[in-house]
Design a protein around this ligand. Structure first.
Ligand code: ADP
Length: 168
């Protein structure tokens, strides 16, 4: 069976991420979306919330061969643990390529059998990143057409909770 791992922070999942997952699910018999438990980033959503939002988004997209799991540690170690021969990533801009290229050389050094497949972003979502979405949503900008429905709802709730009573 061909198994692929799509790892990321997904803080939160966007339509750009979902588009990559949908396309990767057509290429492999099984796709595991691996949610980094401890990325080197400031997170808005905890691991459980990020996993839950992806599961709800996947259910809406009706992807039967996709599973969502949190993981801790090296991507290549987790890939080995779940029997994935391939790592899937998405590319939006040149800077993504530079980053993925460097990371892939390290991953190849650590796990020579593991292959990387990069899918180019859908142009509709080229400008979409979780960090920019959080910034725009935090300033009350409209982002509902760029994220799955459960994420739009969760973002509003989370950002409202962050506004201190003094500034409301
Ligand atoms: P990471 O912290 O590993 O970069 P992200 O959640 O930011 O995790 O991204 C996970 C993967 O999804 C990365 O390969 C990233 O380039 C890709 N990605 C993010 N946004 C998009 C998008 N709009 N279109 C295509 N790929 C994307």
């Amino acid at each position: 069976m061909t198994v692929a791992l799509y790892p990321g922070s997904f803080d939160p999942i966007t339509n750009g991420h979902l588009d990559i997952a949908i396309r990767a699910a057509r290429l492999f018999e099984k796709l595991i979306i691996g949610v980094y438990d401890t990325p080197a980033k400031n997170l808005l959503f905890n691991t459980e919330e990020r996993v839950d939002l992806i599961r709800q988004s996947i259910a809406e997209a009706k992807l039967a061969n996709v599973r969502v799991e949190p993981f801790y540690g090296l991507v290549v170690d987790y890939a080995r643990e779940i029997g994935a021969q391939t790592i899937v990533r998405g590319l939006r801009i040149g800077a993504d390529f530079e980053r993925e290229f460097e990371m892939e050389l390290m991953n190849k050094h650590l796990a020579p059998d593991c292959e990387l497949v990069c899918l180019i972003t859908n142009t509709k979502y080229q400008f979409v990143s979780s960090s920019l979405l959080k910034e725009v949503a935090g300033l009350n900008g409209y982002i509902d057409d760029l994220v799955p429905k459960p994420v739009a709802k969760a973002l509003k709730k989370k950002l409202l909770a962050k506004v201190s009573p003094a500034t409301r």
